[in-house]
Design a protein around this ligand. Structure first.
Ligand code: THG
Length: 376
């Protein structure tokens, strides 16, 4: 028998777990102490379905750290080197959260719900504890909590069609990374859910921040009954799709020892801004020694070692890897050691048929520039 995951109140299930299991989930990971499906049919079958149809994902594990009070902006700004001084209500922001040494604590989507009310929709680390520590230590006028909010993502090219059947035509007006409250007719009367155009794929779609169990479950079921002709399926963030799309995973591709500069997240930093942020000084002074890059390997053999080398010397580690269903080559993210790498882009990769040469590139992957054509 395969080892099983013991599910208890620490390894939290979600309002949708029974539905995810009825839909045939094959694998879970634990994310923010909560179950997250990773596979239904296979990574590849799930990939093609996501890219061609529409999926409903239980991403309840994207927990909300709620920051409310007159110092809410001040606390959020302390945690991130991205300038939020002009942030508008109803907008979402992808944020590196960084410590005083400039390294990453988390990379949430921040949601500004009101001037004094923010959610940080977090990746897998305990942001609430850090936020509470800062709030206590700096005597900020905020309440920091983890409310019962369970996001559901609707992702794929038919997401807007499905969402408009369930929520009405106004979903089409929600722009990328905007969020607004929409009415949903639940079993016990109308409720209001925050709905954003966002999600952890590049296939397009929405995220619904469910905060009412009965109405959320009713909505889940309705997405399936209304989407039968769209071939809607239960799904989950897909490893292959997110690598092709250049979406990084905290804990895999970056973490407590990586700065957002090393992770290539520079477009989400405002290093010259006049803001009060804990990590700005360290990031302004940083001389990066590592960099996250793309790797392309055109080989039928399996990669057998995470180290990539130049003349046998380790020049980086593979942090995420897949065989791209669309391009038929290996695609990986590699945390490169800049001192060994120098200006080299040709690197040695260990495979089951010996050493192969792979090619490093900038992220996200520019498939046309890399000379790759879809094989399917
Ligand atoms: N949705 C919500 N919460 C989340 C995630 C999510 N929490 C955990 C994790 N995902 C956070 N990480 C990311 C990483 C990238 C993006 C979103 C969340 C993302 N990036 C876009 C891109 O790279 O093209 C655009 C970002 C931008 O331009 O502002 O969407 O998925 N609720």
């Amino acid at each position: 028998m395969h080892p099983q995951l013991s599910v208890s109140r620490r390894t939290r299930s979600t309002p949708f777990t029974s539905r995810v299991e009825a839909a045939g989930v094959k694998a879970y990971t634990v994310y923010n102490h909560m179950l997250l499906a990773t596979m239904f049919e296979s990574y590849e079958a799930d990939y093609w379905h996501l890219c061609e149809h529409v999926q409903v994902w239980d991403v309840s594990c994207e927990r909300q750290v709620e920051i409310q009070g007159s110092d809410a902006y001040r606390l959020v700004q302390l945690m991130t080197p991205r300038d939020l001084s002009k942030a508008k209500v109803g907008r979402c922001f992808y944020l590196p959260l960084c410590d005083t040494d400039g390294t990453m604590i988390n990379d949430p989507i921040a949601i500004k719900l009101a001037e004094d009310h923010w959610w940080l929709s977090i990746a897998d680390s305990d942001v609430m504890l850090w936020a509470k520590g800062l709030a206590t230590g700096m005597q900020l006028d905020v309440k920091v909590s983890e409310p019962d909010v369970w996001p559901v993502a609707v992702q794929g090219p038919k997401a807007e069609q499905l969402m408009s059947r369930v929520f009405g035509a106004q979903v089409a007006d929600i722009k990328f990374f905007q969020i607004c409250p929409l009415t949903y007719q639940g079993p016990n009367g109308p409720v209001s859910f925050q709905v954003a155009r966002s999600g952890w794929s590049k296939q397009g779609g929405f995220e619904i921040y469910v905060d009412d169990v009965a109405a959320g479950q009713h909505m889940w079921d309705e997405l399936f009954s209304q989407g039968a002709d769209l071939q809607v399926r239960a799904g989950c963030p897909n490893l292959f799709e997110r690598i092709e799309s250049g979406l990084f995973s905290l804990g895999n591709d970056m973490g407590y020892n990586t700065t957002p500069i090393e992770a290539g997240l520079t477009q989400y930093l405002d290093l010259s801004a006049d803001i009060d942020s804990l990590s700005l000084t360290a990031l302004r002074d940083q001389n990066p020694s590592k960099r996250l890059m793309g790797l392309l390997l055109d080989s039928p053999s399996n990669i057998t070692d995470n180290a990539i080398t130049i003349d046998g010397i380790v020049a980086g580690e593979i942090t995420s890897l897949c065989r791209s269903p669309r391009y038929g080559v290996y695609l990986a993210f590699v945390l490169c050691h800049l001192d060994v790498l120098g200006n080299n882009l040709a690197v040695e990769v260990s495979t089951s048929s010996g050493t192969n040469m792979g090619k490093l590139c900038e992220l996200p992957f520019d498939f046309a520039a890399l000379g790759l054509e879809p094989i399917k």
